[in-house]
Design a protein around this ligand. Structure first.
Ligand SMILES: [Zn+2]
Length: 362
């Protein structure tokens, strides 16, 4: 972009500083050019969420009446806000700070979400909102959207996750895996357009461990060997009928790479955080394999840019079909292999995995 026109440059006489500033503004200008538009929506369901709770820039929208009403109005700390609402915001902010401090790029800093100003949580009855998702506990959305018809949303562009407001047990899940899982999807979307379920769901299952306590009961969680043949790669990863079960693959990668993790950073202020019922937000300070997972996302960030150029697609605006195409599988897996390879782990299991050609039909 023409840096000459940068207003910053006109204000600054010193050449070196101006140079830094103008290249930053050039990057920003390119970002904005490649950032999908913020779409105006009249979604009638979200407009019904007339109550708002805000915490550290996170906005939570909910209602206590009508079809979307929260199934629980427990308010142990009697501050007028249902505990499920404030617990969701507190958990999201905590996890977001941990993700960010450990090197993951905040979704709002990605080009794809450049036009979004906040991350929102919407408590909706999924059965009413979208029947096909009626049985789901949480959803994450990759669109940047504003709701001009909603008074309490201030016409602000945002990205969002949804929590099923009427599903019993969701308050417990909000304090547990649900918030890290859905938030991590927003990070994945920010890094890459690839949308294979084995990648999105399997890796998000791994990400849940960020605030969860280590599960000592289920040892298989970390010990299922990596695929060692094309057949295993297809059956257990690419075409696994349950994409959540691909967590065994991602967890195993994390286990193998944990010895090379950068020390996990948890800001001191977060350690003392408690949910409304007094239980700690952070259950332990172990998050195996986070350095490897970050590396994989960074590889994918470049890979989808390459595909965008090769196929002459709109940056950050692939069709749904292109995002989900199985033709992306080898690209995704090669990024995993490159990242694992850079960690120089030489056990026979890893050597065999790295030798697999993910493009071969098996
Ligand atoms: Zn998910």
């Amino acid at each position: 972009m023409p840096a000459k026109k940068s207003p910053w440059k006109q204000l600054i006489a010193g050449g070196a500083i101006a140079c830094v500033l103008s290249s930053t503004s050039a990057v920003l200008a390119q970002d904005l050019q490649e950032a999908p538009a913020c779409r105006a929506s009249k979604n009638p369901h979200r407009l019904k969420l007339e109550q708002k709770f805000e915490f550290n820039g996170i906005r939570v929208f909910y209602t206590q009446s009508g079809p979307h009403a929260l199934y629980t109005d427990v308010d142990l700390n009697r501050n007028g806000v249902p505990d499920i609402v404030e617990d969701a915001a507190l958990h999201l902010d905590t996890v977001r700070q941990i993700f960010n401090r450990n090197g993951f790029r905040d979704p709002l800093r990605s080009t794809r979400f450049r036009r979004a100003e906040s991350i929102d949580i919407d408590f909706l009855d999924f059965g009413t909102y979208s029947e096909e998702n009626a049985k789901k506990r949480g959803l994450s959305f990759s669109g940047v959207v504003r709701y001009p018809g909603s008074r309490n949303r201030d016409d602000r562009c945002s990205i969002s996750i949804g929590i099923n407001s009427t599903m019993r047990g969701n308050h417990e899940r909000v304090k547990d895996y649900l918030i890290p899982h859905e938030l991590f999807h927003l990070y994945q979307y920010g890094y890459t357009m690839f949308r294979a379920s084995w990648f999105l769901e399997g890796m998000a299952k791994w990400a849940e461990w960020v605030t969860l306590a280590e599960n000592e009961r289920n040892r298989e969680m970390w010990s299922t060997s990596l695929p060692s043949s094309q057949k295993e790669l297809n059956e257990r990863v690419f075409f696994n009928p349950n994409p959540y079960n691909v967590r065994h693959f991602w967890n195993r990668l994390a286990e193998l790479a944990k010895g090379q993790d950068a020390p996990m950073i948890i800001p001191a202020e977060l350690r003392s955080r408690r949910f409304a019922d007094g239980t700690p937000v952070i259950r332990d300070e172990v998050w195996r394999g986070h350095s490897l997972m970050l590396k994989i996302l960074q590889e994918l960030d470049e890979d989808d840019d390459k595909v965008t150029r090769e196929k002459n697609r709109q940056p950050n605006q692939w069709t749904n079909e292109d995002q989900r195409s199985v033709a992306n599988n080898p690209i995704l897996m090669r990024a995993v292999q490159r990242a694992v390879g850079s960690f120089r782990i030489s056990t026979p299991e890893v050597v065999r995995f790295l030798a697999l050609d993910p493009a071969s039909p098996g």
